[in-house]
Design a protein around this ligand. Structure first.
Ligand code: URP
Ligand code: ZN
Ligand code: ZN
Length: 584
């Protein structure tokens, strides 16, 4: 073997496969928007701005009239999961393929050990199921589904560098399966606090549900509607409050997964006011995009297809309440809880609703549904949309700013979002494995046109071209600065990427005021200013209910649409981590 020096290939002759320029778009981050081109090389954002000097042969995507946003991070999925005697329809290939199709470029799935099973063994199973299948990057939460001193020891191990876990989900429901009692929940939260991890809870009172189930079945109520009847809103709200109390006693931060009801929102508001540590709360695409009336459908398949826990609520005002709660910072994130079961599996609950495997779809639809219900109605502006679908998860689970941000040095996980793309959600055209869709027939305006995963164009002008096993596992470090470090830190260049400044001047755009009567997209196209007024979600404290500190914003979807001479940069007004007075 010779050691002949490798000849340097002139840059214009290097493969252009690894180089991409997204031109003429408007970049949206959670704290502002700017007109900027984005240049990507080897999976990393290398330059941003206008008039960049780019090597020849680079592929160019024209994003005129489009928004360039960080790829979505779905903080809540269940892929390749066995539960309630069935296995999910989606594994890590079909689930992440669908995620990418919808604009999501990172998922965080839950390892759920059996009672008595080693957490490390369950973790290894999950890595085996996922590593060679994922089409995008993924991280893991660990379920604490039983308790013993060995569980505590394994939690500590899992928080180490070797495993990369920084969040643990405890169940207050699923009695006799995954549920922990309050004493063990308290121990688990104390352990999370000691380790710098984030405790998560499924908040429903499992004991009350168990008794209600006995009464309903004894009374002959066996159809899917019985599911919600056994666990009404106060059953969820009580557990939200109790989880907050226990977290406060443990002096621990808290993350409440899948908040599903208005009563739970009220409990959250009430509890958060006295909480010493931050409480983050997530709702779901399902809750924003549909409701529990479907569980009363005469067709068992249809009704059972909507059964999940906590249940979709029959109160028709719930979806709007969830969007409003995202706007006023009562909720911070939107997940999917994608947990799909085929018709034959849902049929296990024919004649006994307690046997219907719990779960619905959403990993593909999450972003479009929130855009439709949140941004198109004027309740959320695109920055808040980015916060809820990407940036907040990145910050909370310590993936930020490598993920969840369009910035030099960040991973090139990007979505070119077409705010005018109309499509109809349907099982006939979705990409996950289920032959059913809880959003069937819904028309949405606004969807991804291009999705770039680590620099690779995986959705190419609507054409899905994912690669099985292309994604990688992301370790999540403990003591997330956002959760444990007081104020959210200023953006920093992620290691080990070359140090480079943040974009010169992202503007801060904040929440829009909900305005039912206006189609916000067309108003924005016409250059109408939005009222705006909420900082990057923090999960720390709330404004008074109903109170918004309104500011005028010059937000619009695109320069082209405005037909005006739009500023290409504006100064930070109030970024996460500090204030600087300036222009907006
Ligand atoms: O119904 C649901 N949510 N299924 C998945 C398990 C869980 O509780 O998240
Ligand atoms: Zn749950
Ligand atoms: Zn779940």
């Amino acid at each position: 073997m010779t050691n002949a020096p490798v000849k340097k290939v002139p840059i214009h002759l290097q493969s252009s496969q690894n180089r991409l320029l997204i031109k003429n778009g408007r970049v949206v981050n959670d704290d502002g928007m700017e007109e900027a081109d984005v240049y990507v090389e080897d999976g990393i954002i290398k330059q941003m701005g206008r008039n960049l000097i780019i090597p020849g042969g680079t592929r160019v995507i024209d994003a005129t009239g489009k928004l360039v946003m960080p790829g979505g991070i779905d903080p809540h999925t269940h892929l390749d999961l066995e539960m309630m005697g069935a296995k999910t329809a989606d594994d890590f290939y079909t689930g992440t393929k669908a995620a990418v199709a919808g604009g999501t470029t990172t998922i965080i799935d839950f390892v759920l050990p059996q009672r008595g099973q080693s957490l490390i063994e369950a973790y290894s199973n999950w890595r085996e199921k996922a590593d060679n299948k994922v089409c995008c990057d993924y991280a893991l939460h660990m379920g604490v589904t039983w308790w013993s001193p060995s569980v505590e020891r394994e939690m500590e191990q899992l928080c180490g560098e070797e495993y990369g876990i920084n969040s643990f989900k405890m169940f207050m429901a699923y009695k006799d399966a995954w549920m922990l009692d309050d004493y063990h929940l308290y121990l688990a939260m104390e352990t999370c606090k000691r380790l710098g991890a984030l405790p998560q809870v499924h908040a429903e009172n499992g004991d009350i549900i168990a008794r209600n189930v006995e009464k309903l079945l004894a009374a002959g109520k066996t159809d899917p509607e019985g599911h919600e009847l056994s666990r009404d809103e106060e059953v969820e709200a009580e557990a939200v409050n109790r989880a907050c109390v226990i977290a406060n006693q443990a002096n621990a931060p808290l993350y409440i997964v899948h908040v599903m009801s208005r009563e739970a929102l009220r409990a959250l508001d009430f509890a958060r006011a006295r909480q010493r540590q931050p409480v983050y709360a997530e709702t779901l695409a399902a809750t924003v995009g549909t409701d529990g009336s479907h569980c009363r459908n005469a067709c068992f398949r249809h009704a059972a297809g909507h059964v999940m826990s906590p249940p979709l609520r029959s109160d028709p005002n719930t979806p709007q309440a969830m969007v409003d709660a995202l706007a006023n910072d009562c909720l911070q994130l939107v997940g999917s809880d994608h947990c799909t079961f085929h018709e034959k599996d849902k049929a296990l609950g024919q004649g006994d609703f307690t046997k219907i495997p719990n779960g619905v779809n959403g990993v593909e639809e999450r972003m479009a549904i929130l855009w439709q219900r949140g941004v198109n109605t004027g309740a959320l502006d695109p920055c808040r949309f980015v916060a809820a679908t990407s940036a907040c998860a990145a910050r909370v689970f310590a993936l930020w700013p490598r993920k969840g941000r369009v910035a030099v040095g960040s991973d090139a996980d990007l979505v070119v979002w077409d705010p005018r793309l109309q499509r109809t959600v349907s099982a006939a055209n979705h990409h996950h494995a289920l032959d059913f869709n809880i959003f069937e027939g819904q028309s949405v305006v606004g969807s991804p046109q291009y999705v770039i995963v680590n620099g690779r164009v995986c959705l190419d002008d609507g054409d899905l071209r994912v690669a099985e096993g292309y994604g990688k596992f992301l370790k999540t470090p403990v003591f997330s600065p956002y959760v444990y470090g007081g104020e959210a830190p200023m953006p920093q260049t992620p290691e080990p990427y070359p140090s480079s400044p943040m974009p010169e001047s992202p503007s801060r755009v904040t929440n829009g005021t909900p305005t039912n009567e206006l189609n916000i997209v067309s108003k924005q196209m016409a250059g109408t200013a939005l009222s705006s007024g909420c900082s990057t979600p923090t999960g720390r404290k709330m404004r008074e209910p109903g109170q918004r500190d309104l500011q005028n914003s010059t937000f619009s979807l695109s320069k082209e649409m405005e037909g005006a001479d739009t500023k290409t940069s504006v100064r930070v007004r109030n970024p996460p981590g500090g204030k600087s007075s300036g222009l907006w």
